[in-house]
Design a protein around this ligand. Sequence first.
Ligand SMILES: NC(=O)C1=CN([C@@H]2O[C@H](COP(=O)(O)OP(=O)(O)OC[C@H]3O[C@@H](n4cnc5c(N)ncnc54)[C@H](OP(=O)(O)O)[C@@H]3O)[C@@H](O)[C@H]2O)C=CC1
Ligand SMILES: O=C(O)[C@H](O)CS(=O)(=O)O
Length: 481
Amino acid sequence: MLPLKDPSLLIDKCLVNGKWVGAQSGKTVDVTNPATGDVIARIPSMSAQEVEDVIGHANAAFRPWARRSAKERSAILRKWFDLMTENADDLAVILTSEQGKPLAEARGEIVYAASFVEWFAEEAKRVYGDTIPAPQADKRITVIRQPVGVTAAITPWNFPAAMITRKAAPALAAGCTMIVRPADLTPLTALALGVLAERAGVPAGVLQFVTGSSRVIGKVLTDSDVVRKLSFTGSTEVGRVLMEQSAATIKRLSLELGGNAPFIVFDDADLDAAVEGAMIAKFRNAGQTCVCANRIFVQRGVYDAFADKLAARVSALKVGNGMELGTEIGPMIEEKGIEKVLAHIDDAISKGAELKVGGKRLDGLMLQPAVLTGVTTDMTVTQEETFGPLAPLYAFDTEEEAVAMANDTIFGLAAYFYTKDHARAVRVSEDLEYGMVGHNTGLISNEMSPFGGVKQSGLGREGSKYGIEEYLEMKYICSAV
Ligand SMILES: NC(=O)C1=CN([C@@H]2O[C@H](COP(=O)(O)OP(=O)(O)OC[C@H]3O[C@@H](n4cnc5c(N)ncnc54)[C@H](OP(=O)(O)O)[C@@H]3O)[C@@H](O)[C@H]2O)C=CC1
Ligand SMILES: O=C(O)[C@H](O)CS(=O)(=O)O
């Protein structure tokens, strides 16, 4: 049993039309604690027909929900935010138990996740339209915004709370209904958020949670013409599959996909600040975030000093069970995650890089954070997202060379650079081909900023005043008077 103040938040059922149900087949999927390997719950494996039924409930609930006033929807979202805040400790314990991140980081994610609910509770009341001067005297032109309708979300395991609310909050704020399919690795946090949404007054059918085979559920959701929009966060390769599957019904899509973030340190940078920024940008969630620094470019004049400072900080990181006080790096989520990091290290070393610190496999899914020096662009880590605690350091000479290397990727999600030179900051911010750029900071994510990528890192933006647009349609009305 998990140490919860409110054990009713740990639920192993799906939320279907206001009821918590198992799969009719009785089939379940194990949820394990990555730090211990213990099975902490068994969740339903829903069938295609059951998902079709869920879509029907979402459709039946849509018009009554859309007809509620924006202020009513706002008040319910605000209550959901309040309940998330009141239950943050329990939500963090559930999150760490299934995802592995340190409890302090999990608590931070709950606050981050709740901030999207708070933000879109406010944005719900600010969906405005237009009146436009008509070309003829006997016409009147108005533009109104209406909810897209029934929507769906497929979310990843690395942020089991924030990736749910970053989609569900704007959807519900706009008047849409949403079906959420959380990752099988980390469904419990999402289901707990469903319990709190119910308590907040979200009506039956407005927000539903289904678990089970992602391919089966994904196919039903993308094939359905009733589902008018899909929001997906995960790898680019799965994003491509879902985009193809959605083409037949011309579905609205929001795609938050893979990244390959450059982290550039110029020789005029505040080196200590750059090291702290690299520690956050690289090692948050044990490097398992889509905005993690994947390639660290350091101007040659400060390369050795930066490498020494970073190595000293990395070697001091405490690796362990996220529930233990003081743990800074939790376990990787699964075996394939560790294998990818070790493969990137082995490939780099075989091509001439040096392992400066770390890189040793510990018990279970624990892995020592690592720093590689002497990394060159022919190494696999340059084009592949590591998605783990590995910091590869590249040396460069000129600004043009650094920006060219930084942009040499199919991805375009986040980028970071450190310089005190104002003119250089303007040039580099504009020249980097990314959706988000951190200048002298390694932490750029918050509810008020438009989160999203360009190139093959995705479509659309989440959070900010732009996030609700993803769940709205525009209608132009021409009236003869
Ligand atoms: N841009 C962003 O914000 C983020 C991007 N990512 C990227 O995702 C990758 C790692 O995360 P990871 O979760 O492994 O990514 P995946 O793309 O493998 O999985 C993401 C989600 O998609 C589901 N899924 C997998 N295949 C299908 C399918 N054919 N149809 C429908 N759903 C499917 C998974 O379900 P299940 O695994 O349960 O089968 C999971 O819930 C990295 O590239 C990372 O950068 C991750 C998080 C955030
Ligand atoms: O899924 C992710 O990696 C998150 O989007 C990263 S963040 O929002 O916490 O920066």
